[in-house]
Design a protein around this ligand. Structure first.
Ligand code: AMP
Length: 216
């Protein structure tokens, strides 16, 4: 199964992707996570990409498309994958169609997490992830059961993203409206776009997605 999760920054794509990954045996392909891993290395490329990301702007389409094109042929993707944070522009959506067609693959579902933007700013400003397994948490809405200890892996190091600062959050919303929202009609016209209320609680959103995927 091939699935795209769409939605503005902070709409819960990463959290839901991690849940679906476990319940459906799919692999989460988060272009943001892949880029953050690439920018850990101290290369010129890494520094250039990190500067773009920290400002909240988009990394050029060619870099992202090539990254995904190489990733989806790896063996762990054979049962299917969840695209989280990709595509983010119409050219990326077109490139995805072309790369799937080339390999005889088909996009099964595109799910939009529909959210209220003002509430999202609140969500983004409090979020953090486990430095070891990547599980997502929030200062107010989703704290680990034991303070300072990851529920999933027991890790004790947590990370807050540089682009969750207020200026970068604002830029990311503008980018979403201008460059990413235009891909909604692209998928709506193809009849595969489904919308889920992303403001519902995390379990309710997962349940709704499971229903769409045909397993709840
Ligand atoms: P995310 O973790 O999905 O919020 O992505 C963090 C940042 O990585 C974005 O603000 C962009 O700078 C970059 N990025 C992630 N995915 C893409 C993409 N599909 N196209 C362009 N830039 C991306």
């Amino acid at each position: 199964m091939i699935l795209i999760l769409l939605g503005p920054p902070g709409s819960g794509k990463g959290t839901q992707a991690k849940r679906i990954e476990q319940t459906h045996g799919l692999v989460q392909l988060s272009t943001g996570d892949m880029l953050r891993a690439a920018t850990d290395s101290n290369t010129e490329f890494g520094r250039r990409v990190k500067a773009i990301m920290d400002s909240g702007q988009l990394v050029p389409d060619e870099i992202i498309v090539e990254m995904i094109d190489r990733r989806i042929v790896q063996t762990d993707c054979r049962k299917g994958f969840i695209l989280d944070g990709f595509p983010r522009t119409v050219p990326q959506a077109e490139a995805l169609d072309a790369m799937l067609a080339r390999r005889g693959l088909k996009l099964d579902h595109v799910i939009l997490l529909d959210v209220d933007e003002a509430a999202l700013i609140d969500r983004l400003s409090g979020r953090f992830t486990c430095g070891q397994c990547g599980a997502s948490y929030h200062d107010r809405y989703n704290r680990p059961k034991r303070d300072g200890v990851c529920d999933g892996c027991g890790g004790t190091e947590f990370i807050r993203r540089a682009d969750d600062r207020p200026e970068a959050v604002k830029a990311r919303f503008e980018v979403y409206r201008r460059q990413t929202a235009p891909i909604l009609p692209y998928y709506r016209e193809r009849g595969i776009l489904r919308t889920v209320d992303g403001m519902a609680d995390i379990d309710a959103v997962t349940h709704e997605i499971d229903r769409i995927l045909g397993s709840a």
